[in-house]
Design a protein around this ligand. Structure first.
Ligand code: CIR
Length: 264
């Protein structure tokens, strides 16, 4: 489902921060304005962290017509050999997909979700051969169904998840490895995850639930400033590293949304 299964090196596809990023979609205005120059510096540090972890990092140019284009995760879902191009649920983001499609065309066969589907990649969580898809303000039942057809053809089980108060499923729960989840309690319906091993973020660190798996067993990238979660993960045997993504948190983003990971 993801590059994690294989021994091949990973490609990390990123998209630069546009000059218009300060006008990105936000659910509520952040307490302090977005600083584009700082976002760019944080993006470079994120790219460096992925490169240091062994990824081949490729950065697509930004498109200033699309203030959210750096959140590249929302434009595609990687399923084994296949790249599924999404139809982002926000109209202003639909035009982000073509440039990503062009870059992915050289790396994987492509399929595209079709109207009336709406789906953001941030709503898709892969845990081994299980795919969890959030039914959010951005992802509808047609989006889930079209993605599920491709996933089931690759031997995956697909479950939908209801969300409460978060933009995307992976704002509240991500995978630490092929068997274990990290979840912020109270933000998603836990029922679809019954039977899965799960760690919960400590009080006050809900945003820490979004971690990015790195090449190698048990290695994850975390957001800076989540010390209690870091202690929890280290005690559970995970190797953690951190980057500051405060300018992306202001834009309702997190770690996973800044890259697409696929086998080289
Ligand atoms: C949006 O509202 O679409 C962006 N401002 C944030 C997208 C974050 N994407 C993600 O977490 N997968």
């Amino acid at each position: 489902m993801t590059p994690h299964a294989g021994a091949r090196p990973w490609i990390a596809l990123l998209r630069s921060v546009p000059a218009t990023y300060e006008r990105c979609l936000v659910r509520a205005a952040p307490p302090q304005a977005i600083d584009v120059a700082r976002a760019r510096a944080q993006h470079a540090a994120y790219a460096a962290a992925l490169a240091a972890a062994g990824c081949e990092v490729r950065v697509l140019p930004a498109d200033d017509r699309h203030p959210d284009c750096c959140f590249i995760e929302d434009t595609a879902v990687l399923l084994d050999d296949l790249a599924v191009l999404t139809r982002p649920g926000a109209a202003s983001r639909l035009g982000e997909v073509d440039a990503v499609a062009e870059a992915l065309a050289a790396l994987a066969p492509l399929v595209r979700l079709m109207s009336p589907a709406a789906l953001d990649g941030g709503d898709v969580l892969c845990l081994g051969k299980k795919l969890f898809v959030g039914l959010s303000q951005r992802t509808n039942a047609a989006g889930v169904e079209q993605l599920a057809q491709a996933a089931r053809a690759r031997g995956c089980e697909v479950a939908t998840v209801r969300l409460a108060g978060v933009l995307h499923l992976k704002s509240a729960v991500t995978a630490l490895d092929d068997e274990t989840l990290l979840m912020a309690p109270g933000l998603v319906d836990p029922a679809p995850f019954r039977g899965c091993a799960c760690l919960e973020t400590p009080a006050g660190e809900l945003r820490a639930a979004n971690v990015l798996r790195l090449p190698g067993k048990g290695r994850v990238l975390m957001q800076a400033g989540c010390g209690a979660t870091r202690a929890l993960l280290r005690a559970a045997g995970y190797e953690t590293s951190e980057v500051d993504i405060s300018e992306f948190v202001k834009g309702d983003g997190a770690l996973t949304c800044l890259s697409l990971l696929l086998p080289a």
